[in-house]
Design a protein around this ligand. Structure first.
Ligand code: NAP
Length: 568
């Protein structure tokens, strides 16, 4: 009865270290880890102890006898990573090498204090890593009154298991030394220089909040947009509640076929009664209930073998939705299958090869994958009426366009061609790569380390990977930060400024409605209560409502007040 890793795998690697026989790979120290689509359990070496089940923060692991029908393909998928009989990995009989915690060498003048900007996965994993050390203080700053970044606003609402990682983050917020400053905008409410004056270091984990834009004619027409904006609207992000989403037509075209495109296509075609049991925003649910969309086309500029979506997400999509292919695209899949050798790529192509033909009538809204279509212009006068593509002849990105033009009617065109980092005030920015230039997390200004400044997550390495990929990414940055502290390279904040009360005073003067961890817990509790028995939560979608809920936080007990006073 070996255990099996399934679709929600977040790749944070906790299971790897819990496993007593090192049968989960790739492990964070192995070369394939950074690019792996998920982690895999060797079914022969697994001793069924279940240690990985408890360690997994998103509930992605189960014994093979306890899988849901739609999870059964993951048995074969886990095994296929370990080709037998000769196997590509050495025998598994020892613990995976653990990354050592970053040992802080205490010094006079107060504890190591770090400001973290952003509260998504990279920020929370960095805080967790820092707080493994006694006495360290971490202050996490977030622009919104609610934390956890893309886990709250980017993970699709029908992927509730993935959102379970917030339970882990909630535990981090309760660690001694952790303080939340929510509803505070670093850059306008407080500056980088001010944060640096109150901390030894400032670590930016602000993600990649912008979209890569498609620069073609018609992208300004009503009915165009980006999939990432749509995801934020679906998830009730307060800055996207007014997004004009019109679903009164039959077809939506999504350009690009990464996992974000799959998320949006799935939500647009899922039965609203199913979505009503998730934490989808009320405005999105109401619009989806009136939707006339019958087909979502996911259009990629290259061929099937270069599909950007991951295999676990394809398995999840095809088990939940009607997905079809045109005859011509089916031929492309068969052609790619004839030459593909990598087992995981072959599995993807095999699933695509079994999809129904688009000529088969569908009783419910469906998704159609379309290949070798490079977008040329958006059609329409005042609002979108369709999109015109050039047919791409080869597999290369920029060459191989043919003279053939293909048009698809559509009432909405969304681009889903990746996220993009945006410049941070007072920090250098690499415009071409959309990241802050850095050396393993140390910010570089004109090639030299910028004292006290660090990055982690997508603003450090670009918008790739999964939630858990940020754990090793943040860990690397924190190790370098602590090394710099131990080597005396970070300036002490100064006796008065090092005190929590000094920072508190500054922040509250600029931002009287700052929200702390108790405020967030009050918002969280109120949202869960609003969700009732049917939904995991009913989110507040305006900052005003969030702040009103935060104001209901119970006043700290006498004991907590005394302890806080002692800290100051
Ligand atoms: P992505 O995986 O990078 O996919 C981008 C897509 O856009 C590709 O199909 C790419 O095609 C296409 N593209 C780029 N430039 C284009 C252009 N000028 N014209 C037409 N097509 C273009 O991006 P994403 O979907 O935004 O995902 C970002 C990251 O988040 C990924 O690592 C993803 O796995 C992760 N994510 C994971 C989940 C999950 O696990 N459930 C959910 C959401 C996101 P080419 O390949 O030809 O460049």
């Amino acid at each position: 009865m070996p255990h099996v890793i399934t679709q929600p795998c977040c790749s944070d690697g906790s299971c790897v270290y819990a496993c007593p026989v090192n049968c989960i790979h790739p492990s964070p120290d192995e070369p394939g880890f950074a690019t792996a689509e998920m982690l895999y359990i060797d079914p022969v070496a697994c001793v069924d102890c279940g240690a990985c089940v408890s360690a997994c923060p998103v509930g992605a692991i189960a014994p093979d006898t306890r899988l849901e029908p739609e999870q059964l393909p993951f048995i074969e998928l886990n095994a296929s990573f370990y080709p037998k009989p000769d196997g590509k990995l050495p025998p598994t009989s020892k613990l995976a090498p653990v990354l050592e915690a970053p040992l802080v060498r205490p010094r006079s003048g107060g504890p190591l204090t770090v400001a973290i900007v952003g509260s998504g996965p990279a920020a929370m994993y960095a805080a967790d890593e820092l707080l493994t050390q006694r006495g360290v203080r971490v202050n996490v700053f977030e622009r919104l009154p609610t934390p956890y970044g893309l886990v709250r606003a980017g993970v699709a609402p029908d992927h509730q298991s993935t959102k379970r990682v917030t339970k882990l983050f909630d535990k981090v917020t309760a660690l001694p030394g952790f303080t939340f400053y929510l509803n505070v905008d670093v850059g306008s409410d407080v500056t980088h220089a001010e944060l640096l004056a109150h901390h030894h270091a400032v670590l930016y984990a602000v993600g990649a909040p912008n979209d890569r834009r498609l620069d073609i004619e018609g992208m300004d027409l009503a009915g165009t947009g980006t999939a990432t904006e749509m995801v934020a609207w679906i998830n009730g992000h307060p800055e996207f509640t007014d997004l004009p989403v019109d679903l009164t037509h039959e077809r939506v075209v999504i350009v690009g076929n990464g996992n974000v495109a799959l998320d949006v296509a799935r939500i647009l075609t899922t039965d609203p009664d199913v979505l009503a049991r998730t934490d989808i925003s009320d405005h999105a649910l109401a619009t989806l209930r009136d939707s006339k969309v019958a087909e979502v086309v996911i259009a990629a500029r290259r061929g099937p073998v270069h599909s950007a979506f991951t295999l676990p997400e394809l398995i999840g999509l095809t088990s939940a939705c009607d997905v079809v292919l045109d005859g011509g695209d089916h031929d492309l899949v068969i052609g790619d299958l004839a030459t593909a050798t990598d087992p995981l790529t072959r599995s993807k192509l095999e699933i695509l090869s079994k999809l129904a033909d688009s000529s088969t009538p569908s009783a419910r809204p469906r998704i159609r994958f379309a290949y070798q279509l490079t977008p040329r212009r958006i059609l329409g006068e005042e609002r979108v009426q369709g999109v015109e593509f050039t047919v791409t002849g080869g597999t290369s990105r920029l060459r191989g366009r043919t003279d053939e033009v293909r048009r698809l009617d559509a009432g909405m065109v969304l681009t889903s061609i990746g996220y993009r980092g945006k410049p941070i005030r007072d920090l250098p920015f690499d415009d071409a790569a959309g990241v802050v230039p850095n050396d393993d997390g140390r910010v570089l200004d004109a090639g030299r380390p910028m004292r006290g400044s660090y990055v982690a997550g997508w603003i450090k390495r670009g918008p790739t990977g999964f939630i858990g990929t940020n754990k090793s990414c943040a860990g690397e940055t924190v190790h370098n930060l602590v090394d710099d502290y131990n080597a005396g390279l970070l300036a002490d904040p100064g006796k008065d400024r090092a005190k929590p009360a000094a920072l508190d005073k500054l922040v509250r003067r600029r931002r009287p409605d700052v929200v702390d961890a108790a405020g967030w817990r009050a918002i969280d509790t109120a949202e869960i209560a609003r969700g009732g028995d049917e939904r995991p939560r009913d989110k507040f979608t305006t900052v005003a409502d969030m702040l009103a809920a935060a104001a209901d936080a119970p006043a700290p007990s006498m004991r907590d007040r005394v302890l806080a006073g002692l800290r100051r």
